[in-house]
Design a protein around this ligand. Sequence first.
Ligand SMILES: Nc1ncnc2c1ncn2[C@@H]1O[C@H](COP(=O)(O)OP(=O)(O)OP(=O)(O)O)[C@@H](O)[C@H]1O
Ligand SMILES: [Mg+2]
Length: 322
Amino acid sequence: MPAPDTILEARDVSCHFDVSPPWLTRVVERRGRRILKAVDGVSFRVRRGTTFSIVGESGCGKSTLARLVVGLVQPTAGTIAFGTAPDAQGKPRTPRLQMIFQDPYASLNPRWTVEDIVAEPLHELKLRQGAAISARVGELLSLVGLARTDASRYPHEFSGGQRQRISIARALATEADLLVCDEPTSALDVSVQAQVLNLMRGLQAELALTYVFISHNLAVVRHMSDDLAVMYLGRFVETGPAEGVFEGARHPYSRLLLDTIPDIESPNRERAPLTGEVPNPINRPRGCAFAPRCSLATDLCRSERPELGGRGDVAVACHHAA
Ligand SMILES: Nc1ncnc2c1ncn2[C@@H]1O[C@H](COP(=O)(O)OP(=O)(O)OP(=O)(O)O)[C@@H](O)[C@H]1O
Ligand SMILES: [Mg+2]
């Protein structure tokens, strides 16, 4: 059982996909099985009422980790344990999970009105009956900054940011405690992103929500996160309190990601560009996965994988972390 303030604890979780060609092809071409290690031995703890962010480039395993958390895929190894969250009466219960996706349009049924969409969990979970359903839908819509009259409209009548508000209202209808948000604002314009992020922060304070927040953009998570993990090729390379990582990132990859954040004070300063591509997770390099792109890499890095560890609260997986 996780510690009392812990809502979710992942221990050494892996998710490997068998992407081998069919048996006959393997025999004819004399090839072995191909195992893609999308997530490979990841551990973290999410405290109730806080935001745990996971950041990394495309393909590093963020969505797979999100799907592991909500149970859409099963771990190949390791465990995910849940603590408790108080229900409406304050009694502890197993936390309710909901996922918020990047593309709200794909996750909203286009033939349903907003009322149908937001009311569905109320029917499904028997949370309200009769006239109380419409009243609750109205309440939820105003909670996310939409008008009560929006209930009779269809998803296509809304902008991207408004559609994301609808999916948040639907998630809140389930009385979710933990929202796993997979790039919830990446498809939106910058100004709209900020509005949705502010809404999410407000809701968190009001409803004591817990977020697992996924983004490829460190600037986006900067003002959202209590704890942060930087992910690279299926593993965490740096993790700890967000402030600690932002103020003193020690992994060369975290530093490069931080360097891509626009700097208002000195916009023209020299920056080391983040070059190269994430290696193929099937033919993972033997030592440190980041070594092929790292300016500090030595023979040690190319032969031996660094484990997560370190001083203070922030853990780093790097042989040369200063
Ligand atoms: N069902 C699956 N079968 C095989 N491979 C998969 C499957 N799901 C994901 N992968 C692979 O696992 C790796 C991680 O994918 P994932 O979608 O988790 O990355 P991501 O960090 O979310 O990337 P993005 O930022 O592009 O969304 C990728 O190489 C992907 O091709
Ligand atoms: Mg993804």
